[in-house]
Design a binder for this molecule. Structure first.
Ligand code: GTP
Length: 441
């Protein structure tokens, strides 16, 4: 008698189920995404017409063996409720749940804390995705490599310039076998330009024992192994003992797990040649928006505005937005719900958020216009283009480091004919005079 293999499993040849985890962080994170994260949690910020984590789910949905996805973070429960409701209709094959950490547990600590939920149904593999990356998420290819190599872990890698490499986790691998030989998070000196993209596939038999070993090591030698977590702002205000106990619970994949895996596990790297960017600073939403729009265009997405004399593709216009036919948009522009763009306006390489207004003959370039903000008639709001290969969102102007992208927070107003260049403007500000290279508080 032959065994019947269900179609979803047969289609990619994987016997066991796979689950996916998206690490969404919490309110104390995403500080570099200010002022935009003051009004919306970074994972829910819209790029190319959809929340950042919606793009992760689009890729996860393409893996036939995945049915369950967990968003793990330490935001309040209510934060993801509406998103999960919408996503459950848009991705009917996926069951999406939010699992809340009682405090920041680190990129591996949360996984370990929720291991019983993750291991329910005995999945063979789990994907772990950082929510703050923008890429094409070649998950099926990673799964295929895992099968070919009988891997315990596969990491997604990409090549960056030698100068940029030490800002990331660096991977030294065997070019022939693709085995990871060495992993160092943000090394002091150059070791490799193949870097960690923040997307992993782990066999469930390997990852949880590895985290357990790291926890044990920390418990045995807490003072030596602990460190002040720079992103945990709260800990700066804690008593030493309190901070110490919280730090000891933080376990990070990058610092505490991956380098050990390189030493003693079947750990491989899948190198993507496709696009990859981090979404850290608010300005980095602009390259992410451009890359996801370009991908949507390549895939022939029906969501994009049809090209015309005044629409230079790719452009996304929400169905409830009002764009005057004489306004010129694109390339790489997203216009949010109920936003208006009046006659003769020009918008290029920008995101215009919900309920924002761009008055007639205004010009918006390399900028993000916040929710319900207003750009007056003949005004000019502009940032500076950065090289397509750059992973940096700041530039040096007149010897001073400034943000390349101009950002207006929520409910800002730029007066008629006013020029705003390379500025970050906090919510509710009114700009009546020309400003350049400033943070307006
Ligand atoms: P650097 O990249 O080192 O500058 O740090 P970062 O704080 O910007 O990012 P990190 O690599 O620490 O985080 C990667 C992803 O994991 C992001 O999507 C974070 O939101 C998420 N993350 C970080 N810490 C935690 C945590 O304690 N719990 C959960 N659930 N997610 C986290």
């Amino acid at each position: 008698m032959s065994l019947q293999i269900p179609l979803r499993e047969r289609s990619n040849g994987v016997a066991g189920a796979t689950k996916a985890v998206i690490l969404v962080g919490g309110a104390s994170r995403g500080t570099r995404f200010r002022p935009l994260s003051l009004d919306v949690p970074k994972p829910l910020f819209d790029v190319a017409g959809h929340p950042i984590i919606w793009h992760c789910l689009t890729a996860i949905e393409k893996v036939p063996s995945i049915q369950e996805v967990y968003l793990i973070g330490y935001y309040e429960e209510s934060v993801f409720r509406d998103f999960i409701k919408d996503a459950s209709t848009q991705f009917p094959n996926l069951t999406i749940k939010y699992l809340r950490e009682y405090q920041a547990l680190g990129t591996a600590g949360g996984l370990y804390h929720f291991r019983d939920a993750i291991l329910k149904g005995r999945p063979e593999h789990i994907f772990v995705l950082n929510s703050d990356v923008c890429c094409s998420f070649p998950l099926n290819e990673m799964l295929k490599l895992a099968q070919e190599k009988d891997a315990e872990a596969v990491i997604l890698g990409t090549r960056v310039s030698e100068e940029a490499a030490t800002n990331f986790g660096c991977i030294v691998s065997d070019a022939h076998t693709r085995r990871v030989l060495h992993y160092v998070e943000k090394p002091e000196s150059y070791i490799s330009n193949l870097i960690n993209c923040g997307v992993y596939l782990f066999s469930t038999d390997a990852i949880f024992p590895s985290i357990r070993t790291a926890i044990k090591r920390r418990t045995d030698r807490p003072r030596l192994a602990s460190y002040r977590s720079s992103e945990n702002l709260a800990s700066s205000f804690m008593l030493d003992d309190e901070a110490e106990s919280e730090k000891n619970e933080v376990i990070r994949l990058e610092q505490d797990i991956l380098s050990d895996m390189a030493d003693n596990k079947q750990f491989f790297v899948y190198e993507t040649k496709d696009f990859w960017r981090q979404i850290k600073t608010a300005g980095s939403a602009i390259p992410a928006n451009a890359l996801y729009l370009q991908k949507a265009m390549q895939n022939g997405s029906q969501e994009l505005a049809p090209p015309s004399a005044n629409i230079i593709p790719p452009v996304y216009i929400h169905p409830t937005a009002h764009v005057h036919p004489t306004a010129k948009l694109g390339p790489n522009v997203s216009i949010g719900p109920r936003a208006t763009v009046d006659a003769g306006a020009r918008v290029k390489e920008s995101i215009v958020l919900e309920d924002a207004e761009i008055k007639h003959d205004a010009c918006v370039l390399y900028s993000i216009i916040g929710w319900s903000s207003r750009v007056g008639a003949w005004a000019r709001v502009e940032g500076t283009p950065t090289p397509v290969t750059s992973h940096n969102t700041s530039i040096v102007k007149n010897g001073v480091k400034v943000q390349a992208i101009t950002i207006l927070g929520k409910e800002c107003a730029v007066g008629d004919e006013v020029r705003v260049q390379n500025c970050v403007c906090l919510p509710f500000k009114e700009l009546k005079r020309d400003v350049a290279n400033e943070v307006i508080m």
